[in-house]
Design a protein around this ligand. Structure first.
Ligand SMILES: Cc1cc2nc3c(=O)[nH]c(=O)nc-3n(C[C@H](O)[C@H](O)[C@H](O)COP(=O)(O)OP(=O)(O)OC[C@H]3O[C@@H](n4cnc5c(N)ncnc54)[C@H](O)[C@@H]3O)c2cc1C
Length: 271
């Protein structure tokens, strides 16, 4: 396994898994399932905070976990199963083709897939609405969907707890609201190429102050982005197989991309 980053380097904050996803994993790998469950936070309520009313619904069984924690568990389980893991090792397209099977799990902007898009039948569509992936110490106890109305338009936030005292927050808005609020002019990374868009973080923290209860928004290379919908007509070409976001993405509002990546691996192993 060749990974360009360090072992504990994860983008974003937490991810959620539905009870059904977890039962698929349990059927295929009980040890990894047990470790993920032990490191997860169980959430069962959803809360919709509309400016005119707050609605709360129960009975949605899901668990959430820190992405960094999940990566470390998967790495240890892979090593335990006999895999050799190389970190800080970028693999350029064409550099690792000498194997019986080569699995490309290099994300939505997969360079290995994009080196031969016609072979996979790749299309990538960029969504219009800008979003930013953030964290906070604010105590959310449910998957919470809140809206803030400003003179420039509406902002929406999806938030849920994923560890003791930590929650993920994804904030999005439509392109008109984004531009009118000056968010298209923030984020000069010329002196800090790996940093977060601190100006937007501060502004969004003020907009959502009521929902954050005095807590700040935290960045992890957090910048405005638009969601990429990746589609491939074929998921393999010769001895190369695409897996996870390299093959297909699922919008973050349905919280299923990581689940699909793990289920791809289960299906590939079975095949
Ligand atoms: C805001 C947001 C919230 C989300 N929330 C959820 C959620 O709650 N639940 C859920 O299931 N999913 C969620 N997702 C989706 C999830 O993050 C992705 O589907 C998942 O990370 C895909 O995993 P992957 O391994 O395919 O790709 P990635 O996680 O992108 O990993 C690709 C890896 O490949 C490495 N790499 C890339 N190129 C090279 C190279 N040339 N050489 C070596 N290494 C390379 C990268 O460093 C990276 O570590 C969310 C996504 C977003 C944007």
């Amino acid at each position: 396994m060749y990974e360009q980053n360090a072992p504990d380097e994860a983008f974003g904050f937490g991810v959620v898994f539905s009870a059904r996803t977890m039962s698929e994993l349990w059927k295929n790998d009980q040890e990894t399932h047990a470790r993920i469950v032990a490191a997860s936070v169980a959430v069962s309520d959803m809360e919709l905070r509309h400016p005119r009313a707050t609605l709360r619904y129960g009975g949605f069984d899901f668990s959430s976990i820190s992405r960094r924690e999940l990566l470390l568990i998967l790495q240890e389980q892979a090593a335990e199963a006999g895999a050799t893991l190389h970190f800080g090792h970028p693999a350029a397209p064409g550099s690792i083709d000498e194997a019986d099977v080569v699995v490309y799990a290099d994300g939505a902007s997969s360079s290995h897939r994009d080196a031969r898009p016609e072979r996979f039948g790749t299309t990538v569509r960029h969504g219009a609405s800008p979003y930013m992936w953030l964290g906070t110490h604010a105590p959310f106890d449910a998957a919470t969907f809140s809206f803030v109305e400003t003179e420039n338009g509406h902002f929406a936030a999806h938030a849920y707890p994923y560890a003791d005292g930590m929650a993920t927050v994804v904030i999005e808005c439509d392109p008109g609201t984004w531009k009118a609020s000056g968010m298209d002019r923030t984020g000069d990374f010329s002196r800090n190429s790996g940093g977060s868009d601190e100006e937007s973080l501060g502004h969004l923290g003020e907009l959502f102050a009521e929902h954050l209860g005095g807590h700040k928004l935290i960045g992890n290379r957090s910048r405005w982005s638009t969601f990429r919908t990746v589609h491939n007509e074929r998921w393999s070409d010769g001895n190369a197989v695409l897996l996870g976001d390299a093959a297909h993405t699922a919008h973050f509002t349905v919280g299923s991309g990581t689940k699909m990546a793990m289920e791809d691996a289960i299906a590939l192993a079975a095949a």
